[in-house]
Design a protein. Sequence first.
Length: 218
Amino acid sequence: MSLKLYFAPGACSFVPHCLLELSGAPYEPLMVKLHKGEQNEAAYKAINPRGQVPVLVDQAQVITQILAIILYVDQKFPAAQFLPADPLARAKAIETLAWMNNTVHPTFTHIFMPQKYSDQESVQAALKVFNTQLYRGLLAELEGFVHSLAGTGHWLSGARLGPLDVYALTLTRWGSIAGIDPNAYPALWAHIQKVAADSAVARVIERERLQLNLYRPS
């Protein structure tokens, strides 16, 4: 099989995982168990020396970094219309994707893995608290994006379900892990459940054995 996707359950690799499933093209999903350190094993480091997911391999060509993979999959399967064709609409969609990846995503990393940013326990605890508050505001921005769709029947980047929607699902799910109730963002949460109900997305959720809402009241 020419296309292989290396993914980790619940990670941002969920986004290209869903896109490949939505495309209907044959591909091989290969799970990397981060909790077992498989990303640091020599066999995986030979594919991606950074030890990260996702990785897409197409005819022995290796592509890393989620934005690069999304753009590649979009152009490889143009009929899927994952991103708009209009230059301005496409640029605006990529603008939002970049924000999700370079702002929302690393804010969660500061909550989930504060040890990456300090070896002091007190600093790690402060990072969690501070960035959890920041994350609440970022989810509110996502809520605003969804509100702008009201009455259009559209998805976040246009008429087709695409990477913005499945990335929003991932980021909202991560918020629940951080102790943020997704029900506090009703429009966003309703949109996420709509995304999850798509048959292709549902297959990926089942394969990765994900639970959408991991929030537990303290």
